[in-house]
Design a protein around this ligand. Structure first.
Ligand code: URA
Length: 206
């Protein structure tokens, strides 16, 4: 299964402080930025490059630059917003789309209440959502990306549950998932254990 768990001492350090319930929102936001930056770098390791002849102050050489294949980052509102800035900081030609999802209380199915997307065909799409819990939102978001022409969508999460990963694999087999932590399970309220609590609440202090 194309699941990539970030293995890096700095990632472990950041995740531990994100999990710590005594971490305050201001620090939480900084840590969320830092772990998302590591994930942005890791999840884009396969982006195509092309040769570019240049001259250093000493001699000519051919370097490599990112190929003209703009990437698209799509946060799932609202918590996904906390993962966008690292992508826009490091990629010059990134476009940002938005998708808002809510759960229908009677059917328990995720429904899109807001969707604003740039053209997705032929572009590398990164759906970002910090907590891959039941996987319902991720599955719906990936479905919407495909409906809008995406053929290459990667899911980037900070903490994932085995249940969420399985749900994505069942509905969108072969989807590449990058996560900074793969946790144990979900509790009865569908929170990830050990997890870090409600990411959006901790990010925005609500
Ligand atoms: N969303 C969160 O913010 N936390 C969880 O544990 C699960 C879903």
């Amino acid at each position: 299964m194309p699941l990539h768990v970030l293995e890096h001492p700095l990632a472990a350090h950041i995740i531990t402080h994100l999990r710590d319930q005594t971490t305050k929102p201001a620090t939480f936001r900084t840590l969320a930025y830092q772990i998302s930056l590591l994930l942005a770098i890791e999840s884009t390791a396969d982006l195509p490059t092309e040769p570019k002849p240049i001259a250093t102050p000493l001699e000519k050489m051919t370097g490599r630059v990112l190929a003209a294949q703009p990437i698209v980052v799509v946060p799932i509102l609202r918590a996904g917003l906390g993962m966008v800035q690292p992508f826009t900081d490091i990629f010059p030609d990134v476009s940002v789309g938005y998708i808002g999802l809510e759960r229908d209380h009677t059917t328990a199915i995720a429904r899109s209440y807001y969707c604003k997307l740039p053209p997705l065909a032929g572009r590398q799409v990164f759906v970002v959502d910090p907590m891959l819990a039941t996987g319902c939102s991720a599955v719906k978001a990936l479905t919407v990306m495909k409906e809008h022409g995406a053929t290459n969508a990667t899911l980037v999460c900070i903490v994932s549950s085995p249940e969420g990963v399985a749900e994505v694999e069942q509905h969108h087999p072969g989807t590449v998932i990058h996560t900074a932590a793969l946790d144990r399970t979900l509790n009865a309220k569908k929170y990830i254990l050990p997890g870090l609590g409600d990411f959006g609440d901790r990010l925005y202090g609500t």
